[in-house]
Write a protein that binds this ligand. Sequence first.
Ligand code: HEM
Length: 405
Amino acid sequence: MNSAPAAVIERAGVPNLDCDPFSDKFLENPYPYHDQIREAGPLVWLSRYGIWATARHDEASEVLKDYKRFCSSAGVGIANFKTEKPFCPPSLLIEADPPEHTRARNVMGHALSQKNISALQEKFEADAVAIIDAALEKGDIDGMDDIAIAYPIKVFPDVVGLGSEGRENLLIYGNQIFNIFGPPNRLFKGALEKIPNASAWVTEHCKRDVLAQGSIGQIIYEGAEAGDVSPDEAGLLVRSLLSAGVDTTVSGIGNMLNLFAQNPDQWALLRSDPSLINFAFEEAIRVEGPVQTFFRTSAMATELSGVPVGDNEKLVLFLGGANRDPRRWDDPDRFDIARKPSGHLAWGNGVHRCVGMRITQMEAEAILKAMLARIELIEPTGPAKIRLNNTLRVLDSLPLRLTGV
Ligand code: HEM
């Protein structure tokens, strides 16, 4: 269980900051705080929680790439599994280090290989057309309910092999799993109340006999038959897909729609040059990353950019802050689909880099392709409302008007 925020713990000789990255104010608009953390130093000490933090690109990237110095097996949220009991059985992927991680990653990597997922392209595009046609017919929409949720909740569980009933449990489950990476604040406590039912539903729907033939879920179980993982572990891997694959994509598509609504020049640019389609989603998740934070734990006494780090200390990596580091990008707060945002950390980096990245990119590209052919204007009709989450940056509602070509 996560520990309560400790009384203020100072660390001598390094920049100490008292900000709370899990307060409502920070989560509503993290960017001014990221600037403050980034400019205070390459690595700063957050005295309220007694943890390290970085919002710089190079430092966050170095930590992500070096699993020997900065491990994931002690948890990728604020809880330290070496001293605290994890709330759920740890993931075989995201909460494991090589060599155990490598075994599970190979099974997942095979299930999500280009060969297996390229066959999905046609289905993704047909589903995107249906969703965009329905939204356009309404004209005034909620970009979240009508597109950003409607699309992934249709295509992704189809891919994993789930039936059509009860899919709302995936949204509840995904949202709460990402709250549990944070400290025991209001959002964490709300998650503890909501998660048991959704979690029971998800566990039931990870079983082999309920997954459709030929689905990605079944391919993971075939990996178990080949002896790479046990059948129980295969169930946990399917659970990892369902925890990580829905809310993240909902957030990414919603944030992208909002950015286009706020920046009509960028929608006009994409319409005039559809070859930018591949960069548009990448740039959107650079500027408004779905996953704002992940943690690592030092596996030895070490240093980062000259700052000494003790053994078994937690570090929070502000991925959203690193992606706006002016040391790495010109005019970093600007949404500019003509820039090549390669090297951004929205997918992570190193051995844990998002294994579902290509599926999300295919979903986003299918939505954009359907929109480009049908929509001339995307206009906000009211303020977007954020849904606070300890890890994700995700909208709750996004009032938009779509005008057809
Ligand atoms: C916009 C959508 C997404 C974003 C921004 C995102 C982001 C991330 C990030 C930052 C990591 C690295 C975690 C770490 O280093 O500790 C990660 C890992 C992971 N993602 Fe995604 N993800 C997205 C979509 C997906 C989808 C659709 C799936 C499933 C098909 C998925 C499955 C996973 C899994 C299983 C891992 C753990 C990989 C490992 O530890 O080897 N993600 N994701």
